[in-house]
Design a protein around this ligand. Sequence first.
Ligand code: CO
Length: 218
Amino acid sequence: MNSAGAKNHYAEELSRLFTNNRRWAAELMARDLQFFERLTHQQAPEFLWIGCSDSRVPANEIIGLAPGEVFVHRNVANLVLHSDMNCLSVLQYAVEVLKVRHIIVTGHYGCGGVRTALDAQSRGLISNWLRPIREIAEQQRGELAHLTPGEREDRLCELNVIHQVANVANTTFVQDAWMRGQAFAVHGLIYGIADGCLRDLGVSVSENGGIQAEMLGL
Ligand code: CO
């Protein structure tokens, strides 16, 4: 295929997205004529979602929220690292400007990132990114050793979420906001790709106190 042909081919593949988009916008407007106009004035979401980039875990759809209702940050394996300016900026904006009521860290079973972290073979940059999960696996060696490989992977998906909840709770601006009396909670959830269900890991935090992952039921 020459380059003009290839260009048309790609444009054709993309055209489905524009068709979908116009239909979606028209459906929303049919239900609520001012929907988009209202959104231009402000966004006031109550929720910040921190989840995995996995295409099977789309934030808005899973929790049934419309545009404007959830602020979203996604990366491979839903990590909250104190050196990640991207994630920290999202978190700071959500807490200080949007003043969300809930920060939801959502992992999912069958996470390729978690599986790769357990893999002994190095995969370049992504292995560096996933290193914190490997460290969690090493810390929790005792608990994980008794499990079958499948159970081990599932449990590590959960443990990873719990650690990221602690990381959110320990960021300076989350601590400062709680200190100022701002009311919001941090939650850890896990999503099952196989059944479409979200589950609460029961590790919610809503106040200061030097939160350690170990205190969250590990
Ligand atoms: Co994943």
